[in-house]
Ligand binder design. Structure first.
Ligand code: AMP
Ligand code: MG
Length: 529
């Protein structure tokens, strides 16, 4: 395994050098061999579960690892906290995947750091397993996401009100740069670090901004010429591209009914991947206001608010970039290159980019729903069709996944079609008329819909049941000093086999499609910290 830690080059103000805590009895509970293969981890190491448990708990560090905890700030539920950072995570470094893309390898639940504040630096088993299962599910569903390489039980009990078994999860992400990483330096007025972070992020995630040869012919060709972009242009393009990634991410969450639950700016990755699965949940019954997190009292991060919150978070990123822009403009003014008029223009450009989020998001949102209805090219008049269906689902309290699955199947199954005609009446006829007007055949629509509408999602009641079973097994093991770890991985992998085939029916798919009896009426999720 080859590790490299490029964050270290950014300077000591970006992190704390700190090693993971040692744990008493590391046991490998879950290992993601597909992801491991993609990171070119050798079969010899993959078979050495004892060593993997040492690596995955932080008891031993692979050669070349320079373990650090990253500094960042964040708006938590709208309130700014300048001092967050990795309070229970250790970034080991980066590995190259098979495509040559750098992936951060991070331990979570691996002990205290200078950023721990009052926290114990640990992670309980259930949230670790939840992160593993949910990220694998999202990945298979086609949603941008960080993933998990392993979950290692630590053999210690930690205090979460009750004593709970502890675990460390190894997370693999495109990077751990968050909106909060920019906020950390903007809040401190540290322009040099902010500039270094911008350069690092552009190089890692948006290299096409600085290297026009990486830009494909039709994308942004008007904006990027062969000339080197000015600092203003770089900043504006960066913001636009970061926004595009968030819009893609959030519309994909909405497509499958995912509620992140804690969309604070410290949990918003600039790469546009889903990170920090804390109190996440899946929406069963369609409800724009669906929210399950016990700490989200006012539904700030409810299902239907996620798009707007994405814009709010991007406005916070823009605030940081303004600090940079103002500095650039001042320097230019000193050099008599530019004047105040230009500074104002740049300000207006930033504002315009944030405003444009709304129309861009709406476009992506309706295009996504159009595909869920078999329409590949969204037109103005399809918006009503989509909105009407969502209102029907809301008032009739219909299951989100089952409804879209039934609509898909109704195109080739006359029994289902009849049932839906009875259920949706005029709406169904309008949908059929729309497909006809667009000359989209039923098989064509069905083909598109079956790629957009999963048959199965990781439903909350299934996840909770698995977590309870696994927690019981691991607690029993700890009490009796035995090891039934293979059972944990069997339980999780049986479930994941179905969940990771969301668009293709397997023999066991039917066991995971039903909605919970109580329709998640009393369901609550917790941060698990
Ligand atoms: P999260 O809710 O997981 O996104 O965490 C928010 C902040 O709290 C981050 O700075 C975390 O590192 C920190 N944090 C969460 N749980 C713990 C813990 N058990 N010990 C120390 N810090 C924590
Ligand atoms: Mg977090």
């Amino acid at each position: 395994m080859k590790f490299y830690n490029s964050y270290i080059e950014l300077g000591a103000q970006f992190f704390q050098r700190v090693s993971p805590d040692k744990v008493p009895n590391p046991q490998l509970l879950l290992w993601n061999n597909v992801l491991a293969d993609d990171l070119s981890i050798t079969p010899a190491l993959q078979n050495d579960h004892e060593l993997l448990a040492k690596y995955g708990s932080g008891n031993e560090l692979p050669n070349g690892v320079n373990s650090i905890a990253l500094a960042y700030s964040g708006h938590q539920f709208g309130h700014f906290n300048p001092n967050l950072g990795d309070g229970r995570a250790h970034l080991l470094g980066e590995m190259l995947d098979k495509k040559g893309i750098r992936r951060d390898i991070q331990l979570k639940g691996s002990g205290q750091t200078v950023f721990s504040r009052r926290g114990d630096g640990k992670c309980a088993l259930a949230p670790a397993l939840r992160e593993y299962m949910m990220s694998e599910a999202l990945y298979a569903l086609g949603v941008p996401t960080s993933r998990c390489l392993s979950v290692v039980g630590t053999g210690e009990l930690i205090n979460r009100g009750l004593a709970k078994p502890g675990a460390v999860v190894t997370r693999v992400a495109a990077s751990h740069i968050r909106v909060g990483s920019f906020q950390y330096f903007a809040a401190r007025g540290d322009i040099d670090s902010l500039t270094a972070l911008l350069d690092y992020t552009i190089e890692r995630h948006f290299p096409e901004i600085d290297d026009s040869s990486l830009n494909n012919a039709d994308a942004d060709s008007t904006k990027i010429s062969n000339q080197k972009p000015s600092q203003e242009q770089r900043i504006l393009q960066f913001l636009e591209k970061a926004i595009d990634k968030q819009i893609t991410l959030i519309t994909q969450w909405l497509r499958i009914g995912f509620i992140h639950g804690v969309m604070n700016t410290d949990n918003t990755a600039i790469s546009g991947e889903t990170i920090d699965f804390g109190p996440c949940a899946m929406m069963g019954t369609y409800d724009n206001k669906a929210s399950f997190s016990s700490i989200d009292e006012y539904g700030r991060y409810a299902f239907g608010n996620q798009g707007k919150i994405g814009q709010w978070n991007m406005a916070k990123l823009a605030d940081c970039l303004l600090v940079l822009l103002n500095d650039t403009a001042e320097k230019d003014a000193d050099n008599n290159i530019e004047d105040e008029v230009n500074q104002e223009k740049t300000l207006e450009s930033i504002e315009a980019i944030i405003q444009q989020y709304t129309s861009k998001f709406d476009q992506a949102y309706y295009a996504m729903y159009a595909k869920k209805l078999g329409i590949s090219d969204i037109g103005e008049n399809h918006i009503t069709l989509i909105n009407d269906l969502l209102s029907l689902m809301q008032t009739q309290k219909l299951d989100y996944t089952q409804t879209f699955d039934s609509l898909t199947k109704s195109l080739s199954d006359s029994v289902k079609e009849k049932a839906l005609v009875a259920e949706f009446g005029r709406w169904y006829k309008t949908w059929m008329d729309t497909l006809n007007q667009l000359s989209i055949t039923k098989p064509e629509a069905e083909a598109l819909m079956s790629k957009s509408n999963p048959l199965v999602i990781p439903r909350n009641h299934h996840i909770e049941e698995l977590l309870d079973r696994c927690e019981l097994i691991v607690t029993d093991n700890m009490n009796s000093n035995t090891s039934n770890n293979p059972i944990v991985s069997d339980i999780v992998n049986d479930f994941l086999q179905v969940i990771c085939s969301p668009y293709k029916e397997l023999t066991n798919t039917k066991y995971y499609q039903e909605a919970p009896q109580d329709k998640d009426q009393y369901y609550q999720t917790f941060c698990g910290t």
